[in-house]
Write a protein that binds this ligand. Structure first.
Ligand SMILES: *Cc1c(COP(=O)(O)O)cnc(C)c1O
Length: 453
């Protein structure tokens, strides 16, 4: 009975898989917030390097991973795929549960998979500093790690609740040489405007994005980097799913259910897209794919598929995606990395077309699953990853009812070693299960921007 399924370094994928090549419904165009017309490269070139702008719109099926990038990814890749024998036994399920473990990277999550190539392309194009936002601190620390490798500067706008709840993520960023600020700050127009409206705001990813974009747009040597949502970010994460496919093949398994948590959609995309390719081309037509989100921030399950901004201030281009409205400030749940009002346009289109499904979970049931998982498998996972654990367990329990021997694969995106205060709150019984009131979502959706289509 094999537990750890490993690949050799030279088996790491040499190319990223681009889902845009195979979408049954191509993406709607991105609109410029500046001109109100379909965006052109000019709308992005002030804040992104040209190579990433090209990847963003590419419909080429495979894109080469530069050798310098692969060299760095090999510090922790290929990552292991585990068979959760002990969890299966505990659940008395006939299902097989596999998880891809992305907690082995330096920053402890899947995010360096894109931080490294993004920083590399910026460095190649002469950029000296990168500004970004971070929710739980995972993206900020990943970018801090990447910029330290390429000897660049880094400024991170960290959502205030996480800044206060997760002090050690700040210290990690500092260790790698980045500057980390509590957002909203008084250093940007967007930050000052938000503080004036609500001095006690817990902050949100949307606000922090406004600050980082403004910083990049107002400084010549500075670009902006986003840790999720965008097509090129999803692209870079597909190394995860391609490795998983090879690993499953090596033990002669075919996935029946693929599960990933969804904040902006990148880890879900990374695991799922290569498998969705097989679903669409007839290799694995019955594959079920499930995106998991918090009930407190129910973008896919309660949002609208519409044009919206990526940030609160309306500085980013307009993308068609599932959204709760760009000024939606989700409650301060502990899975900070899942508190985003929007979702990847590609993930959104796949959901709209019924190719993937979605479920939402409350935080208490999520932590209950995380504790069950920790006792069975040892790993203490990030609260975000625990959403995928919850649904993997639920599907395995459904299999116990039906007797089905499904092969379940989920993306275990990171460790929870900096989230112990969240576990502590769960054990103390002080976590609140928050269902966002439908009227407030409706209200926020009335302020969606209009696009002349
Ligand atoms: C950021 C993060 C997520 C959610 O982001 P996606 O872009 O939706 O993947 C999930 N898990 C961990 C550990 C994270 O750091």
């Amino acid at each position: 009975m094999q537990t750890k399924i490993l690949l050799e370094e030279d088996e790491m994928p040499k190319q990223w898989y681009n889902m845009q090549a195979d979408l049954p419904t191509p993406l709607d165009p991105v609109y410029s917030a500046r001109t109100g017309k379909p965006a052109t490269p000019d709308d992005f070139s002030a804040i992104f390097p040209m190579e990433l702008i090209k990847q963003e719109v590419s419909t080429k099926r495979y894109i080469d991973i530069p050798e310098e990038v692969a060299d760095i990814l090999r510090l922790w890749r290929p990552s292991p795929l585990f068979r959760a024998h002990r969890l299966e036994k505990h659940l008395k399920t006939p299902a097989k549960i596999y998880y891809k473990w992305e907690g082995v990277s330096a920053a402890g999550s899947h995010k360096p998979n894109t931080a490294i190539p993004q920083t590399y392309y910026n460095m190649k194009e002469g950029v000296e500093r990168i500004a970004t936002e971070t929710g739980a601190g995972q993206w900020g620390s990943s970018l801090a790690f990447a910029t330290s490798i390429f000897d660049m500067e880094c400024t991170v706008y960290m959502v205030r609740t996480s800044y206060d709840q997760k002090p050690y993520r700040k210290v990690m960023m500092k260790t790698w040489g980045a500057e980390c600020l509590s957002s909203p700050t008084t250093q940007t127009e967007s930050g000052r405007a938000m503080l004036e409206k609500d001095p006690d705001t817990p902050g949100s990813l949307g606000i922090a994005i406004s600050e980082a974009v403004e910083d990049a747009a107002t400084h010549d040597n500075t670009n902006y980097a986003l840790g999720s949502v965008l097509n090129h970010v999803c692209l870079h994460q597909t190394i995860v799913g391609q490795e998983t496919q090879k690993q499953l093949e090596s033990v002669e398994e075919t996935a029946d259910v693929i599960i990933g948590c969804v904040g902006g959609g990148s880890n879900f995309a990374g695991l799922a897209f290569p498998f969705i390719h097989d679903k669409l081309n007839g290799k694995n037509p019955d594959l079920e794919v499930i995106a998991v989100e918090p009930t407190a921030c129910p973008t896919l399950t309660k949002g609208l598929f519409a044009y919206d901004y990526g940030d609160v201030a309306g500085l980013t281009p307009l993308m068609k995606m599932f959204t709760l409205g760009h000024d939606f400030v989700p409650p301060a749940i502990h899975a900070g990395g899942l508190r985003y009002h929007g979702d990847s346009p590609i993930v959104s289109q796949l959901y709209e077309d019924g190719i993937i499904g979605a479920r939402s979970c409350h935080q208490n049931e999520v932590f209950e699953a995380a504790v069950t998982f920790a006792k069975a498998e040892g790993l203490i996972v990030a609260p975000e990853a625990a959403h995928a654990v919850r649904v993997a367990i639920d599907v395995a329990l459904e299999c116990r009812q039906t007797g089905e021997e499904k092969t379940i694969v989920f993306n275990n995106t990171g460790h929870g070693h900096f989230d112990m205060s969240s576990y502590e709150a769960y054990f103390a019984g002080s976590l609140v299960d928050y269902e966002y009131p439908a009227e407030l979502i409706k209200d926020s959706l009335t302020r969606l921007p209009k696009v002349a289509q």
